[in-house]
Design a protein around this ligand. Structure first.
Ligand code: KG4
Ligand code: ZN
Length: 346
């Protein structure tokens, strides 16, 4: 089964061709980061328009790279995400599938992220614990199979990526802040400032990052008032990164133990963070899996792969979908799906 995957939920246009027999055949990505950087964040209307401009040429190029004329199915990100951006991918995927006379599979963006480690060699078997940390989500999910997800904990306020981005902004770093902050942190001392490790003393598995962000803001103000901000910037970045990563690692290990799971996978944009990967691998006694950094952030390969997994399990969807808010736990295993007919725009 050869599946064309299309991702347009936010500010990356991602396209890929995945073959269930031969693996990933081709993939392309166009990042809109430069377009949004001047605004300090993603502007939804600009995102949609750029997807319109880029998507079809990218599909043509990716099919040519994969040396195929048409796939056996088209998978696209149906949500959650920016509804205008989602509609671009959803519209093209459904149009192409209609023209080609092949099935079209709506994919949940976070399911794409959490299955992405399975694109790599030595992929984990079900069940496993997924730490999903992106710009919009932070959650711990017990994964028993495709569509069999139990959210064990999630953030009560900011997502982990959002906390990285907002802290980076406080330190005068460009958007997107996560990678820039991680780079600056390499020049600093992680023990220079003692920032809080939010929620670690509380029961349960939820996260909260707004207190940490406030603590960093107060430190930035103090350093500024002392005329020491330039000298302290790298130390603040390193101490912040240490605090947030330690929180994510401790919570993940607690969740894995509680659920008796032997493997943890890290997925989503923050999964590209080197300290997070190394600290979790050092401290967890089981196996830790993560995709290559390019498959942690948004991409078409994870959507093509999730679509192929759903198709293999007998998914038979019909509706054109673009769903801005869509709880991961509402997903069902393929085959048992109860898809509405027509167009669904929530
Ligand atoms: O999964 P993703 O590409 O998009 C969403 O679905 O949100 O995640 C983007 C997020 C941004 O907040 C970005 O700053 C963060 O992932 N990020 C990182 C790193 N690379 C990307 N955060 C920390 N360290 C990194 N190396
Ligand atoms: Zn994402």
């Amino acid at each position: 089964m050869i599946v064309l995957g299309i991702e347009t939920s936010c500010d990356e246009t991602g396209v890929a061709v995945y073959d269930s027999a031969r693996g990933l055949l081709a993939q392309s990505l166009h990042s809109q980061v430069d377009l949004h950087a001047v605004y300090g964040g993603v502007v939804p209307e600009i995102a949609s328009r750029d997807h319109v401009r880029r998507l079809l040429p990218l599909v043509r190029q990716t099919l040519a790279d994969a040396k195929i004329e048409k796939p056996d199915a088209v998978a696209y990100t149906a949500g959650p995400g920016l509804v205008g951006a989602l509609m671009v991918g959803s519209g093209l995927a459904n149009g192409l599938a209609l023209g080609w006379g092949c099935p079209v599979i709506p994919v949940h963006h976070m399911e794409g992220h959490l299955l992405a480690p399975m694109l790599e060699e030595g992929a984990p078997d079900f069940p496993f614990l997924a730490l999903l940390v992106s710009g919009g989500h932070s959650m711990l999910v017990s994964v028993a199979g495709v569509g069999k997800y139990r959210v064990l904990g999630s953030t009560l306020d900011d997502a982990a990526g959002e906390a990285f981005d907002k802290t980076a902004k406080l330190l005068g770093l460009p958007y997107p802040g996560g990678p820039a902050l991680a780079q600056l942190a390499e020049e600093g001392r992680a023990d220079a400032f003692q920032f809080p490790r939010p929620m670690l003393n509380k029961p349960g598995l939820d996260f909260s990052f707004s207190g940490l962000k406030t603590a960093v803001m107060l430190q930035v103000r103090e350093s500024e008032s002392l005329g020491a901000l330039e000298k302290d910037r790298a130390n603040i970045a390193a101490s912040f990164q240490q605090a947030i990563v330690e929180t994510l690692v401790k919570r993940s290990i607690k969740a894995a133990r509680q659920e008796s799971l032997q493997s943890i996978i890290i997925a989503g944009g923050v999964g590209a963070n080197k300290l997070l990967r190394s600290m979790l691998a050092d401290q967890f006694s089981g196996c830790v899996h993560y995709p290559r950094p390019a498959f942690c952030t948004d991409n078409g390969a994870m959507i093509a792969f999730a679509g192929a997994m759903r198709l293999a399990d007998g998914a038979t969807p019909q509706a054109i979908q673009a769903i801005a808010r869509w709880p991961l736990e509402s997903l069902e295993p393929p085959g048992g799906d109860d898809w509405a007919e027509g167009i669904r725009l929530d």
